[in-house]
Design a protein around this ligand. Structure first.
Ligand code: DGJ
Length: 496
């Protein structure tokens, strides 16, 4: 029968793949960091910054109808748009629409090209979402310092600026909220301070039902860190205390926005994060994850998915069907500090952790599935300490008898905070052998071996081939990114 199901206006469910390089429809790298997404009609506009050698080059916009295939549309603001942009920093650009003036308004963090001392916002306007924006200038809102920032348009049409400012002694010590003027081209009043002396950065605001969520990161330069959020029933507060979400490194990212995907059957929320490479900023990656908001009890939760699906027409999000086989299984470790527990590593809670009883390296943590399981992905949430973020040299060791182990060598790892390894094996025991940690800003490793969470994902049913005595990888050719030594390394003499 015709008429029951209106014709779809764009593609169906698409797969978002995290951790890879994203290309536009012309096969060029997508250059759009720390921005936001705006929907106009059935088209999504994705705005973001492109920096070259640490300096502002352009704010770019890409368009899509499915949130996966993005076509470069325009460089809406460039280093040639105004004299003061020629050698500058423009960070965290956000575009909002003003329904009264019918103008698209771009806000961003503005600095000169050499340091972060100005602490200003920049504003530009356009009558179309992808036109050449007219630069309106930069300023300190009501003379307050402003660095990492976001903007938010409330359902009553009021615009807000939320920004990392200075209340007491330090740059970025406290966040400030301002109400914008009617045209969204400036601020009209100071609303209040938030998170005094908490040094929060990277604000992002989303509203669900009657609840407002304000997400932030810690201030840790370009290093990933623990995200946290507060909630309120009004943008003017009172805001709750900060609650952590996701893992201690925000899965190796720093938040820049929450996209609201309003479909014809449901509304979904999407975490948008920047995975910076602190030593090579040009190697930036986009991390997009479904964000679960429970507006009745005011909670938010973020889980890692290497791949997940979204349908931009219906708004439906589909996570992968992989099972975390480690969850709740028998855990053991070389030693355990008092107050911690080996079981904290596979309890599904990113905030709890296991620590060894001393800072002796190497150290190991192990899980026994009770029966062989097929594992295709291992996600490790490592301990981090702001200012001395450490990457871990480690090995993944697998066994079917708890005696003979095969080793996947990850001692060449240099990724901080969160590692996700594509593997493919069937085994009963998996051991994380922490060989050493290398600390940024502090080459002498003073860490005590500590793990927050290890997830071992795979299909619900193990591969058909089972090994009574595990001695090699089932699929050595699938050991992507890993050096597979592949054959039994006895830990102690085997029986007989
Ligand atoms: C942390 C901020 O969140 C980033 O946007 C950027 O400004 C860096 N600091 C610069 O070090």
């Amino acid at each position: 029968m015709f008429g029951l199901h209106p014709e779809r206006t764009s593609a169906a469910s698409v797969t978002i793949t995290n951790g890879s390089d994203w290309l536009d429809t012309a096969s060029r790298p997508i250059q759009a960091n720390s921005g936001n997404i705006l929907k106009v009609g059935s088209t999504y506009y994705w705005y973001g910054e492109h920096a070259v050698s640490g300096k502002f080059d352009s704010v770019n916009v890409y368009t899509s109808t499915d949130l996966k295939n993005w076509t470069f549309s325009n460089a809406i603001l460039t280093k040639d748009s105004a004299t003061e942009l020629a050698s500058s920093k423009i960070e965290r650009p956000k575009v909002i629409y003003n329904a009264s003036t019918k103008q698209y308004v771009l806000w961003a963090h503005y600095e000169n090209g050499t340091d972060y001392n100005l602490g200003r916002v920049a504003v530009a306007t356009s009558s179309t979402p992808n036109g050449n924006f007219t630069y309106e200038g930069s300023f300190r809102p009501l003379d307050y310092e402003s660095r990492d920032m976001t903007v938010f348009v409330d359902t009553d049409g009021t615009g807000y600026l939320v920004t990392a400012s200075r209340k007491n002694g330090g740059a970025n010590d406290t966040m400030a909220i301002f109400k914008m003027n009617a045209s969204y081209t400036g601020v009209e009043s100071f609303v209040g301070w938030q998170f005094e002396n908490a040094y929060r950065e990277a604000p992002a605001v989303v509203k669900k039902g009657n609840r407002y969520y304000l997400f932030t990161s810690q201030a840790a330069g370009w290093y990933p860190n623990q995200g946290a959020y507060a909630t309120a029933s009004s943008m003017t507060g009172t805001w709750s205390a900060l609650t952590p979400y996701g893992n201690p490194s925000a899965f190796g990212s720093q938040i820049h926005d929450i996209a609201t995907i309003t479909g014809d059957s449901t509304t979904s929320y999407m975490y948008m994060g920047d995975r910076w490479n602190p030593l090579h900023l040009g190697e930036h990656k986009h991390i997009w994850l479904p964000l679960t908001l429970n507006d009745s009890n005011g909670t938010a939760s973020l889980e890692w998915y290497k791949e997940w699906n979204i349908d931009a027409v219906t708004g439906t999000v589909t996570p992968p069907s992989l099972v975390n086989h480690a969850q709740g299984k028998t855990a053991a470790a070389i030693s355990t500090a008092s107050g911690s527990s080996a079981s904290h590593v596979n309890d599904g809670n990113y905030q709890t952790s296991w620590a060894a009883s001393s800072n002796t390296w190497p150290a190991w943590w192990q899980v026994d599935f009770g029966a062989p399981k097929t594992i295709t992905e291992i996600d490790i949430s490592w301990f981090m300490y702001k200012g001395s973020e450490g990457y871990y040299k480690y090995k993944i060791e697998i066994s079917n008898d708890g005696i003979n182990y095969s080793t996947l060598d990850r001692t060449s790892n240099t990724t901080y905070g969160f590692t996700t390894d594509a593997v493919h094996f069937t085994a009963r025991y998996v051991r994380i052998n922490m060989v050493n940690a290398v600390l940024w800003n502090n080459p002498g490793n003073w860490y005590t071996p500590t793990l927050h969470e290890v997830k071992m994902l795979g299909p619900a049913t193990p591969d058909a081939t089972n090994y009574s005595r595990f001695s090699s990888f089932n699929y050595p050719d699938r050991c992507e990114r890993l050096t597979c030594t592949g054959f039994a390394v006895p830990r102690r003499p085997g029986p007989g």
